[in-house]
Design a protein around this ligand. Structure first.
Ligand SMILES: NC(=O)c1ccc[n+]([C@@H]2O[C@H](COP(=O)([O-])OP(=O)(O)OC[C@H]3O[C@@H](n4cnc5c(N)ncnc54)[C@H](O)[C@@H]3O)[C@@H](O)[C@H]2O)c1
Length: 376
């Protein structure tokens, strides 16, 4: 590879703004073309962010200087678009989930490996200074040996704010597959692979209403459970519980707590790149029934904060340095496997053993990673 590395984006929807803003600010990459089914959308995004070309997905794949395709399409076509990019000889960074089913997703990973190409998968929030500072604190023993974790994402649902929310209530999404990747990737990054999961779910409304944009007022069908609760067991012996809901009047997102032998850690929202981190220490002896307040002790956050695109940047540099990247296709596949196993459990399969694993622990991001440095 020679710097800067050529990137082509497929999918010019809602999330493409943040990718385009960030990727066009990294000296190690150059965004060369934006493609979309809707040509005008690709053109508008290319013009807004100073990208020299726009067109269809095929135009992106045919661009001779594009070395990495960024797949920002909807989940239903993630595998199809990523597979086309691999067939065209491009590395792939894809939004989550990596795919919708184990078979086609595993096939994609095998094809990429056979072609000597990399796949990276969102979420890349786990490379952010928020999560990384918390992970380093845990690895350095801030709460002793980790024992268990709790996670919660509960909101009224994205139909409140997304102008085209149907895909978020379709197969491959719902709170479990749309938000689960952030929380489960964070837990796997801390505890290692999951070996089993049990879940229950519910779908209180068969139809929901769009609240914003040109289709506001329209009803659409709900294809997946909109409240799911999970109990996870990890190969390493730890355990976690997690709640994902689009049915909660209470808006409480980003709860991630890890409890250890010498304290508990409050981590930042795993859907964000930064956030407050604090820990508490266990109480000493309780005398005369007096229960003192447990003081939250701040944990410093270190590192440069940007946003989505960080995982792609790490992959670009990892290719040049011939080292593994952090948010791999293997991790994305394992997280998908856990979430599909949870769906199967919620559909009545009981406790489901998770077959996939990881060959190595998820790497830690160096404190001094600077997205704005030219390194290639
Ligand atoms: N919206 C968010 O806040 C958000 C946050 C994080 C991750 N994501 C993820 O990003 C992805 C995209 O989400 P979004 O909200 O931007 O969706 P969106 O519907 O706004 O945009 C998707 C775009 O992809 C295009 N597209 C679909 N199929 C295509 C194909 N075969 N070829 C070319 N273009 C195609 C559509 O025309 C559309 O412009 C999803 O996987 C989602 O999970 C979204």
């Amino acid at each position: 590879m020679s710097a800067p590395v050529g990137v082509g984006i497929i999918g010019a929807g809602v999330i493409s703004d943040t990718y385009l803003a960030n990727l066009t600010s990294f000296p190690d990459v150059a965004v060369l073309i934006v493609g979309d089914l809707v040509a005008e959308r690709a053109r508008a995004q290319a013009e807004q962010y100073g990208v020299p070309a726009w067109g269809t997905a095929d135009d992106v794949l045919a661009h001779p200087d594009v070395q990495i395709v960024v797949n920002l399409t909807i989940p239903a076509v993630h595998v199809e678009v990523s597979a086309a990019a691999i067939a065209a000889g491009k590395h792939v960074w894809t939004e989550k989930p990596l795919g919708l089913d184990r078979e086609s997703t595993a096939h994609l990973l095998r094809d990429a490996e056979a072609a000597g190409l990399r796949i990276g998968s969102a979420p890349d929030t786990l490379l952010g200074p928020g999560f990384q500072s918390a992970k380093r604190a845990i690895l350095e023993g801030a709460i002793g040996e980790t024992l268990f974790a709790q996670a919660a994402f509960q909101t009224q649902g994205p139909d409140l704010w997304h102008p085209g929310p149907q895909f978020l209530f379709a197969r491959g999404a719902g709170p479990l597959l749309d938000m689960g990747p952030y929380y489960v990737s964070a837990l796997v990054s801390l505890f290692g692979p999951v070996d089993g999961v049990a879940a229950i779910g519910s779908r209180p409304r068969a139809q929901r209403r769009i609240h914003t944009g040109p289709a506001a007022g329209d009803l659409f069908d709900v294809e997946v459970d909109t409240t799911v609760q999970l109990v996870l067991s990890f190969e390493s012996g730890q355990q976690a519980q997690a709640l994902f809901s689009f049915d909660s009047a209470l808006e409480r997102a980003g709860v991630l707590e890890v409890h250890g032998t010498r304290g508990s850690l409050f981590l930042p929202d795993p859907n964000h790149f930064r956030g407050e981190i604090s820990r508490i220490e266990p109480l000493g002896v309780l005398l005369d029934d007096v229960r003192p307040e447990q003081e939250r002790i701040p944990v410093a956050q270190e590192g440069v904060v940007v946003g989505r695109g960080l995982g792609l940047l790490d992959m670009v540099r990892a290719i040049a340095e011939d080292r593994p990247h952090v948010a791999t296709g293997e991790l994305g596949y394992h997280v998908l496997d856990v979430l599909l196993s949870a769906e199967e459990s919620a559909a009545g399969a009981g406790f489901v053993a998770v077959e996939s694993t990881l060959a190595a622990p998820v790497p830690v991001v160096p404190r001094d990673m600077d997205p704005f440095a030219r390194t290639l």
